[in-house]
Write a protein that binds this ligand. Structure first.
Ligand code: GN1
Ligand code: MG
Length: 349
């Protein structure tokens, strides 16, 4: 049985209770209760993370750096197995990791108040700022080209040639809208070679469920560090906009419910800037709003590309699921564009 991995951490089979935990699309997560202690166990999706040791390498790198330079920073490191490993390989089952559950912490799945967006943005900003002196060349790339929009766009163009023909026909409108927005890719191409844009350690998955909150609704730290690696700040800020601005998530099927909330935008900008304003160059700050367009567009491309590739990456819970998600993200992109003037007028730097 899957959870037999816990014996590698010194637990006896009869000693623990396991329940599925969280809503991630890629890894499997369980909350483990053993005696009076609580843990989080994760199985890494080996199809996505081809070399899970790279993740362990990056996490160790960050843990060492932070304990030396920012010992007060709460960094949740994996518990070592009885053999002293950060990760355990179970033949035929995959790689597992065990984390301590931070006492008194909780996560939320949707941002309901601007204060929560603010707290989360502070946490992701602090994460990047705290790591700003680390040698980024020592990091491994855990998912090649993960937030490379040019690559995501090429993958989309390729699937239009080689993908599921019926689905391509069915997705005509969405494809047209994606092509019409290709300017977002050109802007990214410029950023990629622009000296004013620095590579820093960014999280790359800044959904609010990746922040731990305490009993007083204050942010404690960020979790889910599998994709923490060198990147541009627009990845993190953009993914916050993608997932905090609308009252409904990428799973919503009623497009009329998708909206962009100005006070949440302001909260993201202010929270992130509290930590990052000294770090970011003037040129980078000018791309705050673009960050949202960048990430929402990329996610729309990824969902549709997956739909046209028969859902091999994200899977589907109902027929047309990934097409629906792509439509959802495109709607969000439109809602965001409509508010550009109002939102950018509010930026405080
Ligand atoms: C995946 O599994 P989860 O929910 O942490 C994906 C993100 C997407 C997200 C969309 C490694 O994250 O990039 O934004 O789904 N992670 C990977 O919900 O592909
Ligand atoms: Mg994730």
């Amino acid at each position: 049985m899957m959870l037999s991995v816990l014996t590698d951490y010194g637990f006896r089979e009869s000693e623990f209770n396991a329940e599925p935990f969280g809503t991630g699309l890629i890894n499997n997560t369980w909350k483990i209760t053993a005696a009076d202690k609580v843990y989080i166990l994760q199985r890494i999706n080996n199809a996505v993370f081809k070399d899970p040791q790279d993740i362990a390498n990056n996490i160790r790198l960050m843990a060492d750096y932070l304990s030396e330079h920012h010992p007060e920073y709460l960094f949740v490191t994996p518990i070592r197995s009885a053999d002293g490993d950060d990760m355990v390989l179970k033949e035929g089952e995959g790689f597992f990791r065990l984390f301590p559950f931070i006492r008194g912490s909780h996560t939320i799945d949707v941002v309901q108040k601007p204060e929560q967006a603010h707290e989360a943005a502070v946490q992701f900003g602090r994460f990047t700022r705290s790591l700003s002196g680390i040698a980024i060349e020592k990091f491994k790339t855990t998912v090649p080209g993960f937030h490379d929009l040019a690559l995501r766009h090429r993958q989309f163009s390729d699937v239009l040639k080689n993908g599921n023909k019926e689905r391509i026909l069915e997705s005509k409108e969405v494809i047209k809208a994606l092509i019409a927005n290709a300017e977002i890719v050109s802007v990214y191409e410029k950023i990629k070679t622009d000296q004013a844009f620095r590579l820093r350690v960014t999280h790359h998955d800044t959904k609010v469920s990746n922040v731990l909150f305490d009993e007083n609704a204050k942010g404690l730290c960020v979790i889910d560090l599998d994709t923490a690696m060198p990147g541009f700040f627009i990845s993190d800020v953009g993914d916050m906009m993608r997932t905090y601005l609308s009252p409904v998530s990428e799973e919503e099927r009623d497009m009329d419910k998708i909206a962009v909330r100005g006070d949440f935008y302001k909260a993201v900008v202010q929270g992130y800037m509290e930590e990052m304003k000294e770090e970011l160059s003037k040129a980078e700050k000018d791309y705050f709003f673009y960050a949202g367009r960048f990430m929402i567009y990329m996610q729309a491309l990824r969902f549709l590309t997956d739909y046209l590739s028969d859902d091999i990456y994200y899977g589907e819970k109902y027929p047309g699921h990934n097409l629906m998600r792509a439509r959802n993200q495109l709607t969000l992109l439109t809602r965001l564009a409509e508010k550009e003037d109002t939102l950018t007028g509010r930026i405080v730097t």
